[in-house]
Design a protein around this ligand. Structure first.
Ligand code: ATP
Ligand code: MG
Length: 307
């Protein structure tokens, strides 16, 4: 069993640079007008970080994000400056071993306090709400849809990010307009849906369904005062999206999560009550999960090997 050990590569970085935020699975460092995002091999389930690492998971997530940033830059600009340590500020080069493959130098933006969620299929919290009132986040949908069914059109269901580990709160589009202004809300919705459609089509050609996904955006202000929308954070990774295997997809059931199913099956199997102490994972579950992440990387990017 791999126990989380801070000295281990991929566990957690502690660079001598001001920390912007330490999330469940990533460290983000503050480089004034830029950010350095480092993806660890930590894995979370049911909102808890497990004490076991999944080797290479951070590289997989970082490189999948980088891939999509490259693919989608014709739709919207994004924050990625480089994933190559050679391009990083000199003071970061001594951390090469901790950073290579699993980090991204990004443009710091003024971020919107909104998670831009797009759903193409009825699943998760969307399915739960639909069962009660035939709506998802206030959007009326046709009657009689089944779990995991494709929606007639992808829908935009924003959420606010709650502080202190609370679950994100779904909001209506009108509420989003009050937070970011109507013009901006309409533009973020348009861009989010376009990104989803683009990625869902690409994923399908690789045998994957992109059921739903979450984007974050910020703005950069030009010297003349104009605000430009920038796609930030991570994009279209298994951590921010629900990917399903087309071959296993069946309407009326809840498809296995592409990446975390072995973890969830194990935790459900030992009847963990989703309260601390958080159980560690046995080696075979780690190995199978790692394989899944690497498979996701290969299928999505078409690359054979992680950088
Ligand atoms: N280019 C950017 N400009 C400004 N903020 C950014 C940028 N890219 C990412 N961020 C912010 O950095 C933070 C990254 O945090 P991270 O996702 O690691 O942890 P978290 O969201 O607090 O928690 P969780 O682990 O549940 O995701 C997010 O708040 C995100 O909005
Ligand atoms: Mg986050």
């Amino acid at each position: 069993m791999t126990i989380l050990n801070n000295a281990e590569i991929g566990a957690q970085t502690n660079l001598d640079i001001p920390l912007f935020i330490r999330g469940k699975v990533r460290e983000v460092y503050d480089l004034k007008d830029k950010l350095l995002i480092v993806a660890s091999d930590r894995i979370s389930a049911y909102d808890f970080v497990l004490p076991t690492l999944v080797p290479d998971k951070g590289k997989v997530l970082n490189q999948i994000s980088a891939y999509w940033f490259g693919q989608t830059k014709g739709i919207v600009k994004n924050h990625c400056i480089s994933t190559s340590v050679d391009d990083y500020p000199d003071k970061l080069k001594k951390y090469r071993k901790d950073l290579e493959g699993r980090s991204m130098l990004a443009q710091r933006t003024e971020k919107f306090p909104i998670e831009c969620v797009v759903r193409g299929y009825l699943s998760g919290s969307g399915w739960k709400e639909y069962c009660g009132n035939s709506k998802v986040c206030g959007i009326p949908l046709p009657e009689g849809l089944k779990e995991s069914q494709e929606l007639p059109e992808p829908i935009f269901t924003p959420a606010t990010k709650e502080e202190g580990g609370a679950h994100d709160r779904n909001i209506s589009f009108e509420e989003m307009c009050q937070i970011v202004g109507e013009t901006m809300a309409l533009e973020l919705k348009r861009v989010s849906i376009e990104l989803y459609k683009f990625a869902a089509k690409a994923a399908r050609s690789k045998g994957l369904i992109l059921a739903d996904t979450k984007f974050e955006f910020g703005t950069l202000t030009s010297p003349s005062g104009e605000k430009e929308i920038i796609l930030i954070d991570e994009a279209l990774t298994p951590d921010s999206s629900r990917f399903w295997e087309i071959r296993q997809y069946k309407i009326g059931s809840s498809p296995a999560s592409f990446d975390k199913q072995f973890v969830r099956d194990y935790l459900d199997g030992i009847k963990w009550n989703h309260q601390p102490p958080v159980p560690s994972l046995p080696k075979d579950v780690v190995d199978k999960t790692r394989e899944k992440y690497i498979e996701a990387f290969r299928r999505i990017t078409g690359e054979k090997e992680l950088a």
